[in-house]
Design a protein around this ligand. Structure first.
Ligand code: ZN
Length: 517
Protein backbone atom coordinates (compact mmCIF):
# COMPACT_ATOMS: atom_id res chain seq x y z
CA UNK A 1 0.00 0.00 0.00
CA UNK A 2 1.43 3.36 -1.00
CA UNK A 3 1.39 6.33 1.40
CA UNK A 4 -1.08 8.21 -0.81
CA UNK A 5 -3.52 5.31 -0.82
CA UNK A 6 -3.27 4.81 2.96
CA UNK A 7 -4.04 8.47 3.55
CA UNK A 8 -7.19 8.27 1.43
CA UNK A 9 -8.32 5.35 3.59
CA UNK A 10 -7.48 6.90 6.99
CA UNK A 11 -10.22 8.42 9.15
CA UNK A 12 -10.02 11.96 10.55
CA UNK A 13 -9.12 11.97 14.23
CA UNK A 14 -9.29 15.69 15.02
CA UNK A 15 -13.02 16.45 14.87
CA UNK A 16 -15.14 15.87 18.01
CA UNK A 17 -18.39 15.16 16.15
CA UNK A 18 -16.68 12.88 13.69
CA UNK A 19 -15.00 10.98 16.54
CA UNK A 20 -18.35 10.44 18.27
CA UNK A 21 -19.90 9.36 14.96
CA UNK A 22 -16.98 7.02 14.27
CA UNK A 23 -17.32 5.32 17.67
CA UNK A 24 -21.04 4.78 17.11
CA UNK A 25 -20.29 3.38 13.65
CA UNK A 26 -17.77 0.97 15.15
CA UNK A 27 -20.35 -0.29 17.63
CA UNK A 28 -22.80 -0.88 14.75
CA UNK A 29 -20.10 -2.70 12.80
CA UNK A 30 -19.23 -4.89 15.82
CA UNK A 31 -22.86 -5.90 16.38
CA UNK A 32 -23.30 -6.70 12.67
CA UNK A 33 -20.14 -8.80 12.62
CA UNK A 34 -21.19 -10.68 15.78
CA UNK A 35 -24.47 -11.54 14.04
CA UNK A 36 -22.40 -12.76 11.09
CA UNK A 37 -20.31 -14.95 13.39
CA UNK A 38 -23.41 -16.47 15.03
CA UNK A 39 -24.90 -17.08 11.57
CA UNK A 40 -21.71 -18.87 10.50
CA UNK A 41 -21.79 -20.96 13.67
CA UNK A 42 -25.44 -21.87 13.06
CA UNK A 43 -24.64 -23.28 9.61
CA UNK A 44 -21.25 -24.84 10.35
CA UNK A 45 -20.57 -25.84 13.96
CA UNK A 46 -23.61 -25.45 16.20
CA UNK A 47 -24.88 -28.58 18.05
CA UNK A 48 -28.56 -29.31 17.21
CA UNK A 49 -29.96 -28.46 20.66
CA UNK A 50 -28.42 -24.98 20.54
CA UNK A 51 -31.39 -24.14 18.31
CA UNK A 52 -33.40 -23.69 21.53
CA UNK A 53 -31.34 -20.63 22.51
CA UNK A 54 -29.86 -19.40 19.24
CA UNK A 55 -33.08 -17.95 17.78
CA UNK A 56 -33.80 -15.68 20.78
CA UNK A 57 -30.09 -14.76 21.02
CA UNK A 58 -30.08 -13.62 17.40
CA UNK A 59 -33.34 -11.67 17.93
CA UNK A 60 -31.87 -9.90 20.99
CA UNK A 61 -28.72 -8.93 19.14
CA UNK A 62 -30.74 -7.86 16.08
CA UNK A 63 -32.94 -5.60 18.25
CA UNK A 64 -29.84 -4.07 19.86
CA UNK A 65 -28.32 -3.44 16.44
CA UNK A 66 -31.54 -1.85 15.16
CA UNK A 67 -31.70 0.39 18.22
CA UNK A 68 -28.11 1.56 17.62
CA UNK A 69 -28.65 2.03 13.86
CA UNK A 70 -31.76 4.19 14.32
CA UNK A 71 -30.57 6.20 17.33
CA UNK A 72 -31.64 9.84 16.83
CA UNK A 73 -28.10 10.98 17.63
CA UNK A 74 -26.92 9.29 14.40
CA UNK A 75 -29.38 11.45 12.46
CA UNK A 76 -28.15 14.63 14.22
CA UNK A 77 -24.50 13.78 13.58
CA UNK A 78 -25.19 12.96 9.91
CA UNK A 79 -26.83 16.38 9.45
CA UNK A 80 -23.74 18.08 10.88
CA UNK A 81 -21.15 15.95 9.14
CA UNK A 82 -22.62 15.58 5.63
CA UNK A 83 -21.67 19.12 4.50
CA UNK A 84 -18.53 19.22 6.66
CA UNK A 85 -16.76 16.14 5.23
CA UNK A 86 -17.03 17.56 1.70
CA UNK A 87 -14.44 20.18 2.71
CA UNK A 88 -10.64 20.03 2.92
CA UNK A 89 -9.08 18.03 5.72
CA UNK A 90 -11.41 15.05 5.29
CA UNK A 91 -10.52 11.79 3.54
CA UNK A 92 -12.35 9.54 1.09
CA UNK A 93 -12.85 7.11 3.99
CA UNK A 94 -14.57 9.87 6.04
CA UNK A 95 -16.90 10.68 3.13
CA UNK A 96 -17.54 6.98 2.45
CA UNK A 97 -18.49 6.31 6.07
CA UNK A 98 -20.91 9.25 6.15
CA UNK A 99 -22.42 8.18 2.78
CA UNK A 100 -22.99 4.57 3.87
CA UNK A 101 -24.24 5.43 7.36
CA UNK A 102 -26.76 7.86 5.80
CA UNK A 103 -27.97 5.15 3.44
CA UNK A 104 -28.38 2.61 6.25
CA UNK A 105 -29.94 5.15 8.62
CA UNK A 106 -32.55 6.18 6.05
CA UNK A 107 -33.38 2.57 5.15
CA UNK A 108 -33.68 1.58 8.80
CA UNK A 109 -35.78 4.55 9.88
CA UNK A 110 -38.13 4.71 6.86
CA UNK A 111 -39.80 1.34 7.39
CA UNK A 112 -42.16 1.37 10.41
CA UNK A 113 -41.40 -1.18 13.15
CA UNK A 114 -44.84 -2.80 12.72
CA UNK A 115 -44.13 -3.51 9.03
CA UNK A 116 -40.67 -4.90 9.83
CA UNK A 117 -42.32 -7.29 12.25
CA UNK A 118 -45.08 -8.23 9.79
CA UNK A 119 -42.46 -9.02 7.14
CA UNK A 120 -40.48 -11.13 9.63
CA UNK A 121 -43.55 -13.19 10.54
CA UNK A 122 -44.67 -13.52 6.89
CA UNK A 123 -41.23 -14.66 5.69
CA UNK A 124 -40.97 -17.22 8.51
CA UNK A 125 -44.37 -18.65 7.48
CA UNK A 126 -43.58 -18.51 3.76
CA UNK A 127 -40.22 -20.21 4.25
CA UNK A 128 -41.76 -22.97 6.38
CA UNK A 129 -44.41 -23.61 3.72
CA UNK A 130 -41.93 -23.47 0.83
CA UNK A 131 -39.68 -26.02 2.57
CA UNK A 132 -42.57 -28.53 2.48
CA UNK A 133 -44.10 -27.42 -0.84
CA UNK A 134 -40.85 -27.86 -2.79
CA UNK A 135 -40.35 -31.64 -2.23
CA UNK A 136 -44.14 -32.19 -2.47
CA UNK A 137 -44.35 -30.38 -5.86
CA UNK A 138 -47.19 -28.34 -4.35
CA UNK A 139 -47.07 -24.76 -5.63
CA UNK A 140 -50.74 -24.19 -4.71
CA UNK A 141 -49.99 -24.43 -0.97
CA UNK A 142 -47.14 -21.89 -1.28
CA UNK A 143 -49.03 -19.41 -3.51
CA UNK A 144 -51.03 -17.54 -0.79
CA UNK A 145 -47.86 -16.96 1.28
CA UNK A 146 -45.99 -15.71 -1.76
CA UNK A 147 -48.89 -13.38 -2.63
CA UNK A 148 -48.78 -11.94 0.87
CA UNK A 149 -45.01 -11.36 0.65
CA UNK A 150 -45.37 -9.58 -2.70
CA UNK A 151 -47.97 -7.28 -1.14
CA UNK A 152 -45.73 -6.57 1.86
CA UNK A 153 -42.70 -5.92 -0.36
CA UNK A 154 -44.70 -3.32 -2.28
CA UNK A 155 -45.43 -1.64 1.06
CA UNK A 156 -41.73 -1.76 1.94
CA UNK A 157 -40.95 -0.13 -1.43
CA UNK A 158 -43.54 2.60 -0.77
CA UNK A 159 -41.88 3.45 2.55
CA UNK A 160 -38.36 3.40 1.08
CA UNK A 161 -39.50 5.63 -1.80
CA UNK A 162 -38.69 5.26 -5.50
CA UNK A 163 -38.97 6.78 -8.94
CA UNK A 164 -40.64 4.74 -11.67
CA UNK A 165 -41.21 1.17 -10.54
CA UNK A 166 -41.50 0.02 -6.88
CA UNK A 167 -39.02 -2.70 -7.92
CA UNK A 168 -36.34 0.04 -7.99
CA UNK A 169 -36.61 0.50 -4.22
CA UNK A 170 -36.09 -3.23 -3.62
CA UNK A 171 -33.24 -3.52 -6.14
CA UNK A 172 -31.46 -0.59 -4.50
CA UNK A 173 -31.27 -2.52 -1.21
CA UNK A 174 -28.87 -5.01 -2.84
CA UNK A 175 -27.30 -2.92 -5.61
CA UNK A 176 -27.13 0.72 -4.53
CA UNK A 177 -28.26 3.24 -7.17
CA UNK A 178 -29.18 0.57 -9.76
CA UNK A 179 -32.56 1.11 -11.49
CA UNK A 180 -34.66 -0.71 -14.08
CA UNK A 181 -33.95 2.04 -16.63
CA UNK A 182 -30.28 0.99 -16.55
CA UNK A 183 -30.75 -2.71 -15.86
CA UNK A 184 -33.46 -3.71 -18.35
CA UNK A 185 -31.54 -2.85 -21.55
CA UNK A 186 -28.38 -4.48 -20.11
CA UNK A 187 -30.13 -7.75 -19.29
CA UNK A 188 -32.05 -7.75 -22.59
CA UNK A 189 -28.71 -7.53 -24.38
CA UNK A 190 -27.23 -10.37 -22.31
CA UNK A 191 -30.33 -12.55 -22.83
CA UNK A 192 -30.41 -12.11 -26.61
CA UNK A 193 -26.64 -12.63 -27.03
CA UNK A 194 -26.73 -15.72 -24.81
CA UNK A 195 -29.73 -17.32 -26.50
CA UNK A 196 -27.97 -16.79 -29.83
CA UNK A 197 -24.66 -18.28 -28.63
CA UNK A 198 -26.45 -21.25 -27.06
CA UNK A 199 -28.26 -21.96 -30.32
CA UNK A 200 -24.96 -21.90 -32.26
CA UNK A 201 -23.30 -24.19 -29.68
CA UNK A 202 -26.15 -26.68 -29.99
CA UNK A 203 -26.16 -26.50 -33.79
CA UNK A 204 -22.40 -27.22 -33.85
CA UNK A 205 -23.15 -30.76 -32.67
CA UNK A 206 -19.88 -30.69 -30.65
CA UNK A 207 -19.87 -32.89 -27.56
CA UNK A 208 -17.35 -32.44 -24.75
CA UNK A 209 -16.00 -35.47 -22.89
CA UNK A 210 -16.38 -34.81 -19.16
CA UNK A 211 -15.37 -38.26 -17.90
CA UNK A 212 -12.25 -36.93 -16.10
CA UNK A 213 -14.53 -35.07 -13.65
CA UNK A 214 -16.53 -38.12 -12.56
CA UNK A 215 -15.44 -41.09 -10.44
CA UNK A 216 -14.63 -41.84 -6.82
CA UNK A 217 -12.79 -38.96 -5.17
CA UNK A 218 -11.91 -39.38 -1.49
CA UNK A 219 -13.65 -36.53 0.45
CA UNK A 220 -10.67 -35.93 2.77
CA UNK A 221 -8.36 -35.56 -0.23
CA UNK A 222 -10.87 -33.24 -1.88
CA UNK A 223 -10.82 -30.98 1.19
CA UNK A 224 -7.00 -30.94 1.20
CA UNK A 225 -7.06 -30.07 -2.51
CA UNK A 226 -9.47 -27.17 -1.86
CA UNK A 227 -7.21 -25.82 0.88
CA UNK A 228 -4.14 -26.14 -1.33
CA UNK A 229 -5.92 -24.25 -4.13
CA UNK A 230 -7.04 -21.49 -1.75
CA UNK A 231 -3.48 -21.14 -0.46
CA UNK A 232 -2.19 -20.78 -4.04
CA UNK A 233 -4.87 -18.14 -4.72
CA UNK A 234 -3.52 -16.09 -1.80
CA UNK A 235 -6.32 -16.69 0.72
CA UNK A 236 -4.93 -16.28 4.28
CA UNK A 237 -5.81 -19.11 6.64
CA UNK A 238 -4.58 -17.04 9.60
CA UNK A 239 -7.45 -14.64 8.85
CA UNK A 240 -9.98 -17.28 7.82
CA UNK A 241 -10.85 -20.96 7.65
CA UNK A 242 -12.52 -23.50 5.40
CA UNK A 243 -15.31 -25.78 6.63
CA UNK A 244 -18.16 -27.79 5.14
CA UNK A 245 -21.84 -26.79 4.95
CA UNK A 246 -24.80 -27.86 2.85
CA UNK A 247 -24.72 -24.61 0.85
CA UNK A 248 -21.27 -23.05 0.32
CA UNK A 249 -20.97 -19.47 1.58
CA UNK A 250 -18.51 -16.85 2.83
CA UNK A 251 -19.09 -15.17 6.20
CA UNK A 252 -17.38 -14.74 9.53
CA UNK A 253 -16.66 -12.19 12.18
CA UNK A 254 -15.33 -9.19 10.30
CA UNK A 255 -13.14 -8.22 7.38
CA UNK A 256 -10.27 -8.24 6.76
CA UNK A 257 -9.20 -10.31 9.79
CA UNK A 258 -11.95 -12.96 10.11
CA UNK A 259 -13.26 -14.17 6.74
CA UNK A 260 -14.50 -17.79 6.74
CA UNK A 261 -15.73 -19.89 3.86
CA UNK A 262 -17.38 -23.26 3.32
CA UNK A 263 -17.57 -25.89 0.59
CA UNK A 264 -19.80 -28.90 -0.10
CA UNK A 265 -18.19 -32.22 -1.10
CA UNK A 266 -19.62 -34.63 -3.69
CA UNK A 267 -17.57 -37.87 -3.51
CA UNK A 268 -18.31 -38.69 -7.17
CA UNK A 269 -17.69 -35.25 -8.74
CA UNK A 270 -14.70 -33.27 -7.47
CA UNK A 271 -15.49 -29.89 -9.15
CA UNK A 272 -18.46 -29.42 -6.78
CA UNK A 273 -16.07 -28.73 -3.89
CA UNK A 274 -13.07 -27.45 -5.85
CA UNK A 275 -14.94 -24.82 -7.88
CA UNK A 276 -16.94 -23.82 -4.78
CA UNK A 277 -13.58 -23.21 -3.10
CA UNK A 278 -12.50 -21.03 -6.04
CA UNK A 279 -15.85 -19.16 -5.95
CA UNK A 280 -15.97 -18.60 -2.19
CA UNK A 281 -12.22 -17.96 -2.30
CA UNK A 282 -12.91 -15.03 -4.64
CA UNK A 283 -15.40 -13.60 -2.14
CA UNK A 284 -12.84 -14.26 0.61
CA UNK A 285 -9.95 -12.53 -1.19
CA UNK A 286 -12.11 -9.42 -1.70
CA UNK A 287 -12.99 -9.36 2.04
CA UNK A 288 -9.46 -10.12 3.23
CA UNK A 289 -8.15 -7.42 0.89
CA UNK A 290 -9.85 -4.50 2.72
CA UNK A 291 -7.32 -2.02 4.07
CA UNK A 292 -6.78 -2.77 7.81
CA UNK A 293 -7.75 0.87 8.52
CA UNK A 294 -11.33 -0.08 7.55
CA UNK A 295 -11.60 -2.92 10.10
CA UNK A 296 -14.46 -2.51 12.61
CA UNK A 297 -16.19 -0.03 10.29
CA UNK A 298 -19.04 -0.89 7.93
CA UNK A 299 -16.74 0.12 5.04
CA UNK A 300 -14.74 -3.13 5.19
CA UNK A 301 -15.85 -5.70 2.58
CA UNK A 302 -17.43 -5.49 -0.88
CA UNK A 303 -18.94 -2.37 -2.47
CA UNK A 304 -22.22 -4.05 -3.58
CA UNK A 305 -23.71 -7.53 -4.01
CA UNK A 306 -22.95 -7.39 -7.74
CA UNK A 307 -19.33 -6.32 -7.24
CA UNK A 308 -18.90 -8.98 -4.56
CA UNK A 309 -20.21 -11.64 -6.92
CA UNK A 310 -17.89 -10.29 -9.64
CA UNK A 311 -14.90 -11.43 -7.62
CA UNK A 312 -16.25 -14.93 -6.92
CA UNK A 313 -17.10 -15.30 -10.62
CA UNK A 314 -13.77 -13.86 -11.78
CA UNK A 315 -11.80 -16.34 -9.65
CA UNK A 316 -14.10 -19.29 -10.26
CA UNK A 317 -14.74 -18.91 -13.99
CA UNK A 318 -12.56 -16.42 -15.84
CA UNK A 319 -9.41 -17.44 -13.93
CA UNK A 320 -10.26 -20.81 -12.34
CA UNK A 321 -11.60 -22.53 -15.47
CA UNK A 322 -8.87 -21.21 -17.80
CA UNK A 323 -6.08 -23.07 -19.58
CA UNK A 324 -3.13 -21.00 -18.28
CA UNK A 325 -4.40 -21.37 -14.70
CA UNK A 326 -4.51 -25.16 -14.96
CA UNK A 327 -1.23 -25.35 -16.88
CA UNK A 328 0.28 -23.80 -13.75
CA UNK A 329 -1.75 -25.79 -11.19
CA UNK A 330 -2.28 -29.23 -12.75
CA UNK A 331 0.25 -30.60 -10.22
CA UNK A 332 -2.31 -30.03 -7.45
CA UNK A 333 -4.73 -32.43 -9.18
CA UNK A 334 -1.98 -34.97 -9.95
CA UNK A 335 -0.97 -34.98 -6.25
CA UNK A 336 -4.59 -35.31 -5.04
CA UNK A 337 -5.86 -37.86 -7.56
CA UNK A 338 -2.89 -39.54 -9.31
CA UNK A 339 -5.09 -42.43 -10.57
CA UNK A 340 -7.19 -40.00 -12.64
CA UNK A 341 -4.72 -37.27 -13.55
CA UNK A 342 -1.89 -39.54 -14.65
CA UNK A 343 -4.32 -40.39 -17.48
CA UNK A 344 -5.80 -36.93 -18.11
CA UNK A 345 -4.06 -33.59 -18.67
CA UNK A 346 -5.19 -29.98 -19.10
CA UNK A 347 -6.38 -30.73 -22.67
CA UNK A 348 -9.13 -32.92 -21.17
CA UNK A 349 -9.68 -31.03 -17.91
CA UNK A 350 -10.25 -27.47 -19.15
CA UNK A 351 -12.90 -28.24 -21.83
CA UNK A 352 -14.67 -30.54 -19.33
CA UNK A 353 -14.79 -27.74 -16.73
CA UNK A 354 -16.40 -25.46 -19.34
CA UNK A 355 -19.04 -27.72 -20.87
CA UNK A 356 -22.24 -25.85 -21.85
CA UNK A 357 -25.43 -27.77 -21.18
CA UNK A 358 -28.88 -26.21 -20.69
CA UNK A 359 -30.43 -27.51 -17.48
CA UNK A 360 -33.40 -26.93 -15.20
CA UNK A 361 -31.50 -26.08 -12.03
CA UNK A 362 -29.83 -22.69 -11.56
CA UNK A 363 -27.15 -23.75 -9.08
CA UNK A 364 -25.90 -26.45 -11.50
CA UNK A 365 -25.77 -24.13 -14.52
CA UNK A 366 -22.66 -23.47 -16.63
CA UNK A 367 -21.14 -20.06 -17.34
CA UNK A 368 -23.17 -19.45 -20.52
CA UNK A 369 -26.64 -20.54 -19.43
CA UNK A 370 -26.42 -19.26 -15.82
CA UNK A 371 -27.58 -15.75 -16.69
CA UNK A 372 -30.66 -17.07 -18.48
CA UNK A 373 -31.77 -18.68 -15.21
CA UNK A 374 -31.30 -15.31 -13.49
CA UNK A 375 -32.99 -13.27 -16.22
CA UNK A 376 -36.08 -15.52 -16.06
CA UNK A 377 -36.38 -14.87 -12.30
CA UNK A 378 -35.71 -11.15 -12.79
CA UNK A 379 -38.41 -10.79 -15.47
CA UNK A 380 -40.94 -12.67 -13.33
CA UNK A 381 -40.25 -10.90 -10.02
CA UNK A 382 -40.32 -7.52 -11.74
CA UNK A 383 -43.79 -8.42 -13.07
CA UNK A 384 -44.94 -9.59 -9.64
CA UNK A 385 -43.86 -6.38 -7.90
CA UNK A 386 -45.21 -4.13 -10.67
CA UNK A 387 -48.53 -6.00 -10.57
CA UNK A 388 -48.27 -7.21 -14.18
CA UNK A 389 -48.08 -10.89 -13.19
CA UNK A 390 -50.38 -12.81 -10.85
CA UNK A 391 -48.85 -15.37 -8.47
CA UNK A 392 -51.17 -18.10 -9.83
CA UNK A 393 -49.67 -17.70 -13.33
CA UNK A 394 -46.06 -18.07 -12.14
CA UNK A 395 -45.56 -21.82 -12.81
CA UNK A 396 -46.79 -21.65 -16.40
CA UNK A 397 -44.88 -18.41 -17.17
CA UNK A 398 -41.76 -19.95 -15.60
CA UNK A 399 -42.03 -23.04 -17.81
CA UNK A 400 -42.71 -20.98 -20.96
CA UNK A 401 -39.57 -18.91 -20.38
CA UNK A 402 -37.42 -22.03 -19.75
CA UNK A 403 -38.70 -23.49 -23.00
CA UNK A 404 -38.12 -20.29 -24.95
CA UNK A 405 -34.66 -19.26 -23.59
CA UNK A 406 -33.08 -22.59 -22.64
CA UNK A 407 -35.03 -25.12 -24.67
CA UNK A 408 -35.90 -27.22 -21.61
CA UNK A 409 -39.25 -27.64 -19.84
CA UNK A 410 -39.46 -28.45 -16.13
CA UNK A 411 -41.51 -31.63 -15.62
CA UNK A 412 -42.41 -30.50 -12.07
CA UNK A 413 -42.54 -27.25 -10.09
CA UNK A 414 -40.00 -28.85 -7.72
CA UNK A 415 -37.50 -28.54 -10.58
CA UNK A 416 -39.12 -25.29 -11.72
CA UNK A 417 -40.60 -22.33 -9.91
CA UNK A 418 -40.15 -23.84 -6.42
CA UNK A 419 -36.39 -24.50 -6.67
CA UNK A 420 -34.97 -21.33 -5.06
CA UNK A 421 -35.20 -20.15 -1.46
CA UNK A 422 -35.03 -16.41 -2.31
CA UNK A 423 -38.70 -15.45 -2.80
CA UNK A 424 -39.79 -17.36 0.31
CA UNK A 425 -37.41 -15.11 2.27
CA UNK A 426 -38.84 -11.93 0.75
CA UNK A 427 -35.68 -11.34 -1.32
CA UNK A 428 -37.05 -9.54 -4.38
CA UNK A 429 -34.40 -7.59 -6.31
CA UNK A 430 -31.58 -9.90 -5.23
CA UNK A 431 -31.41 -12.22 -8.28
CA UNK A 432 -30.06 -9.65 -10.78
CA UNK A 433 -26.94 -9.15 -8.63
CA UNK A 434 -25.75 -12.62 -9.72
CA UNK A 435 -25.73 -11.57 -13.37
CA UNK A 436 -24.31 -8.14 -12.54
CA UNK A 437 -21.47 -10.11 -10.94
CA UNK A 438 -20.81 -11.98 -14.18
CA UNK A 439 -20.88 -8.76 -16.19
CA UNK A 440 -18.56 -6.86 -13.84
CA UNK A 441 -16.25 -9.91 -13.79
CA UNK A 442 -15.90 -9.87 -17.59
CA UNK A 443 -15.25 -6.11 -17.56
CA UNK A 444 -12.56 -6.48 -14.87
CA UNK A 445 -11.08 -9.48 -16.73
CA UNK A 446 -10.78 -7.30 -19.83
CA UNK A 447 -9.06 -4.62 -17.74
CA UNK A 448 -6.57 -7.18 -16.39
CA UNK A 449 -5.60 -8.08 -19.96
CA UNK A 450 -5.07 -4.39 -20.73
CA UNK A 451 -2.96 -3.94 -17.60
CA UNK A 452 -0.94 -7.11 -18.37
CA UNK A 453 -0.44 -7.67 -22.12
CA UNK A 454 1.42 -10.90 -21.22
CA UNK A 455 -1.40 -12.01 -18.87
CA UNK A 456 -1.73 -15.61 -20.17
CA UNK A 457 2.03 -16.31 -20.23
CA UNK A 458 2.47 -14.82 -16.76
CA UNK A 459 -0.45 -16.78 -15.27
CA UNK A 460 0.93 -20.00 -16.73
CA UNK A 461 4.48 -19.27 -15.52
CA UNK A 462 3.93 -17.80 -12.05
CA UNK A 463 0.32 -18.34 -10.95
CA UNK A 464 -2.15 -15.69 -9.77
CA UNK A 465 0.00 -13.55 -7.43
CA UNK A 466 0.27 -10.62 -9.88
CA UNK A 467 -3.51 -10.66 -10.43
CA UNK A 468 -4.28 -10.55 -6.71
CA UNK A 469 -1.74 -7.75 -6.13
CA UNK A 470 -3.39 -5.68 -8.87
CA UNK A 471 -6.93 -6.32 -7.62
CA UNK A 472 -5.97 -5.50 -4.02
CA UNK A 473 -4.41 -2.22 -5.00
CA UNK A 474 -7.11 -1.10 -7.46
CA UNK A 475 -10.25 -2.54 -5.89
CA UNK A 476 -10.12 -4.64 -2.72
CA UNK A 477 -8.28 -2.22 -0.40
CA UNK A 478 -10.95 0.48 -0.57
CA UNK A 479 -13.82 -1.82 0.49
CA UNK A 480 -17.07 0.19 0.44
CA UNK A 481 -15.39 3.61 0.58
CA UNK A 482 -16.72 4.34 -2.93
CA UNK A 483 -20.20 3.76 -4.41
CA UNK A 484 -20.51 0.87 -6.93
CA UNK A 485 -20.47 3.05 -10.08
CA UNK A 486 -17.37 4.82 -8.82
CA UNK A 487 -15.65 1.50 -8.06
CA UNK A 488 -16.37 0.33 -11.62
CA UNK A 489 -14.96 3.58 -13.02
CA UNK A 490 -11.86 3.50 -10.80
CA UNK A 491 -11.10 -0.15 -11.60
CA UNK A 492 -12.07 -0.38 -15.30
CA UNK A 493 -12.32 3.23 -16.51
CA UNK A 494 -16.08 3.09 -17.17
CA UNK A 495 -19.40 2.13 -15.58
CA UNK A 496 -21.05 -1.24 -16.20
CA UNK A 497 -20.92 -2.22 -19.88
CA UNK A 498 -22.40 -5.61 -20.90
CA UNK A 499 -20.42 -5.72 -24.16
CA UNK A 500 -17.36 -7.09 -22.30
CA UNK A 501 -19.35 -10.10 -21.17
CA UNK A 502 -20.85 -10.64 -24.62
CA UNK A 503 -17.34 -10.54 -26.16
CA UNK A 504 -15.98 -12.79 -23.42
CA UNK A 505 -18.50 -15.62 -23.83
CA UNK A 506 -18.44 -15.42 -27.63
CA UNK A 507 -14.62 -15.61 -27.72
CA UNK A 508 -14.25 -18.29 -25.03
CA UNK A 509 -17.08 -20.61 -26.03
CA UNK A 510 -16.73 -19.90 -29.74
CA UNK A 511 -13.18 -21.30 -29.50
CA UNK A 512 -14.23 -24.21 -27.27
CA UNK A 513 -17.01 -25.29 -29.63
CA UNK A 514 -15.22 -24.40 -32.88
CA UNK A 515 -17.80 -21.78 -33.95
CA UNK A 516 -17.08 -19.36 -36.76
CA UNK A 517 -17.11 -15.75 -35.60
ZN1 ZN B 1 -21.13 -15.93 -4.66
Amino acid sequence: MTTAASKVLTFTQTDAEFTEFFERAQEISDLGNLLGLLGWDQQVKMPPQANQVRGPQLATLQALLHERQTHPRIGELLNVLEPRVQGDGYSDADRGLVRLMRRNYDQNTKIPAALVKEVAVATAEAWGTWEQAKPANDFASFAPYLRKLVKLMRQVADHLGYQGSPYNALLDQYEPDMTLDTLNPILDRVRDATVDLLRRIQESGQKIDTSCLHGNFDPARQLDLCKALLQKMGYHFDAGRMDQSSHPFTGGGGSPFDVRLTVRVDPTYFPAALMAAAHEGGHGLYEQGSDPALARTILAGGASMGLHESESRLWENAIGRSLPFWKHHIGLLRDAFPETFSRYGVEALVPALNEVKPSLIRVEADEVTYNLHIIIRFELEQGLINGDIDVDDLPSLWNQKYESYLGVTPPTDTQGVLQDIHWSGGSFGYFPTYTLGNLYAAQIYHTLHRAFPDYDQRLEAEGTGFILDWLREHMYASGQVYAPDEVARKVTGETLNPEYFVQYINAKFGALYGLSA
